[in-house]
Write a protein that binds this ligand. Structure first.
Ligand code: AGP
Length: 604
């Protein structure tokens, strides 16, 4: 996943650099900008981060152009190098493009053009610049050349292009996010709204198959159908996120800031997100009335949240539901899907390719889509019949933290409200929700210190095992994912009842096992045996629980004994997030930008 940005207006280069710094969470292998200076295109690009680019080219912030495009790369085709960094130009260097996505047919286009065009990079993107040049050389105008070239591409792309001497930005989108920012006497484009919040909160969302031509004064959008450009009327959307949300503030990393934002996030969902619950309730009620299937689908952390969602729907409302890993959905769950069925798609970015592909297949079968999404204007939110925006604010850290808790609380709110309608026994959970923000706050306070201390104890481990039962089995999976994705320590989560069926063989003297507790007596009794068995084999047991129920070696005590089991995943995950964070930091990792990972996986 890369980040692209374009600015047409005063001080364009500096604004592009500022936006690229915010977009770095999307990829940071290399970075570059192109600026129109005295009618000519100047390119500055280099492997490494934006900071490295600025130190390589100190003049970059002095470049006073009125038009600039920029790119921060997560390499897909071609190694990480200066030459493979974007922007990428044509032979004459009169055309510059930046691109996020993958061009499936780039090799055949490259072979066709290589006789007359000098290729200087290993990227798939370069074919776009030469294709446009080819069309221009045949006498097409800029817009026709751009549209004709893009129309030859197969694959996924968000492209921004500039031509020497023309104060115009040309945009195209297919299955990769691209938004237009509306300014005062200037306009912008970027991979997502976060990158432009310091410039505007007015956005136009570009859809798949659409083209746009923006100048400092105008924004024109077209659909390209049967060889013709058909104008498209676009609405201006207001996004109520503030620029301060995209700064680390007093925190060393975005991840820590976002962990500590969780009290406010929970409060905001319980207070403000209620405006979205009506649509969610009606589509759920309709499905349940018709006895339709309900299938959650998601990836990564959102998948773990979906497991909790399924548990809540099954246990609170007694309605059977399924949960599917998005990339596996079409192979396991698609058959027999019909218009009576409901897919609950869960994605903080709303751009995860696996989720979008699965949703597309489900819609082709006639299923309805209810999505739980964080980012306004995201593709998933626009592909759904009903959307619950959980308003967690921008999440910059690659590791999902506040959006995980936001997803859990959104499910708790939705399914308890639904239970009140269907007459199911949900009040014991519903009445705990208003107390959640303060419980989360005290949990952050109480677990921060111990998590920091514990990180020193576990930082040398090769493997750490997480286990839980019932609604906290997903908590174990989520704790393991956080640990492995930012500290790079191997971590595995599994149902506590499963480790005797194999994983116990991995337990040796001193192995750390993290056991997620319970407020349910029957589950506690089972966990008690698990802890004794682990300790009998020399494992060091860390427990996360509400009281001293388990004979663990180290206990992280959070929340309260009397809290209903259904809300425990919200609080039990917090110490695990902090433990992963401090372990990563103590190991010298950058928790905001873990190696090989991207915030939103927009490629299949
Ligand atoms: C979680 O920490 C990871 N960043 C990753 O697993 C993420 O949850 C997954 O890619 C899904 O992202 P989404 O919620 O934006 O769809």
């Amino acid at each position: 996943m890369c980040g692209i940005v374009g600015i047409i207006g005063k001080d364009a280069a500096r604004k592009v650099i500022n936006s690229l710094k915010i977009l770095e969470y999307r990829g940071y292998d290399s970075a570059g900008i192109a600026v129109m200076l005295n009618g000519r295109i100047e390119v500055r690009k280099a492997a490494g981060t934006i900071e490295n680019l600025i130190s390589r080219y100190p003049d970059i912030l002095e470049m006073r152009g009125e038009l600039s495009i920029g790119h921060t790369r997560w390499a897909t085709h071609g190694k990480v190098s200066d030459s493979n960094a974007h922007p990428i130009t044509d032979c004459s260097r009169r055309i510059a493009v930046v691109h996020n996505g993958t061009i499936d047919n780039y090799m055949e286009i490259r072979e066709r053009l290589s006789a007359k065009h000098e290729f200087r990079t290993e990227t798939d993107t370069e074919v776009i610049a030469h294709l446009i040049e080819e069309k221009l050389n045949r006498g097409l105008g800029r817009l026709e050349a751009f549209v004709s070239a893009i129309s030859e591409l197969r694959g996924e792309y968000a492209v921004a292009c500039m031509f020497e001497g023309a104060n115009e930005l040309y945009l195209a989108r297919n299955r990769i996010p691209l938004v237009i920012g509306v300014g005062e006497g200037e306009n912008y484009c970027a991979s997502d709204v976060i990158a432009l919040l310091n410039l505007t909160n007015k956005f136009i969302y570009v859809n798949d198959g659409e083209f746009a031509l923006i100048t400092s004064k105008n924004i024109d959008v077209w659909r390209f159908e049967e060889g013709r450009l058909i104008p498209v009327e676009k609405r201006i959307n207001l996004v109520d996120w503030s620029p301060s949300m995209t700064s680390k503030g007093k925190y060393e990393h975005f991840m820590l800031k976002e962990i500590f934002e969780q009290e406010d996030v929970v409060k905001r969902i319980l207070m403000e997100s209620r405006r979205y619950i009506k649509g969610a309730l009606s589509i759920l009620e309709e499905t349940m009335k018709n006895g339709g299937r309900i299938i959650f689908l998601a990836a990564g952390t959102s998948y773990h949240a979906s497991m909790v969602g399924k548990y809540l729907l099954n246990s609170l409302l007694g309605y059977p539901s399924e949960v599917s890993i998005a990339s596996e959905f079409t192979r396991w769950n698609l058959r027999g899907l019909s218009e009576d069925d409901l897919v609950i798609a869960v994605s903080q970015s709303g751009e995860t390719a696996d989720v979008l592909m699965a949703v597309k297949s489900a819609k082709e079968k006639g299923a309805k889509i209810l999505s739980f999404v964080n980012v306004p204007g995201s593709t998933l939110s626009r592909e759904s019949d009903e959307v619950f925006f959980f308003s967690a604010g921008p999440e910059i850290g690659v590791a999902a933290t506040k959006t995980y808790v936001a997803e859990l609380v959104s499910f708790l709110l939705t399914f308890t409200e639904l239970g009140k309608i269907t007459g199911d026994p949900v009040y014991h959970v519903a009445e705990a929700l208003p107390r959640l923000p303060s419980i989360v706050a005290s949990c952050l306070e109480s677990s921060n210190r111990i998590a920091k201390a514990l990180s020193e104890a576990i930082k040398g481990e090769n493997s750490i095992f997480f286990m839980g039962r019932g609604i906290n089995y997903p908590t174990a999976l989520e704790g393991a994912l956080k640990m492995k994705e930012i500290s790079y320590i191997h971590a595995e989560g599994f149902p506590a009842g499963e480790y005797k069926h194999g994983p116990l063989a991995l337990i040796s003297e001193g192995t750390y096992s993290i056991v997620i507790g319970s407020n349910d007596q029957e589950i506690r009794d089972l966990l008690l045996s698990n802890v004794n068995e682990l300790k009998a084999r020399g494992s060091k047991v860390i427990s996360v629980e509400t009281d001293e129920h388990l004979p663990s070696d180290i206990r992280i005590k959070v929340a309260e004994n009397g809290l209903p089991e259904e809300v425990l995943p919200v609080v039990f995950v917090i110490p695990l997030q902090l433990l992963a964070y401090y372990t990563a930091v103590t190991l010298g990792r950058n928790p905001d930008k873990p190696r090989n990972l991207a915030k939103s996986v927009t490629v299949k």
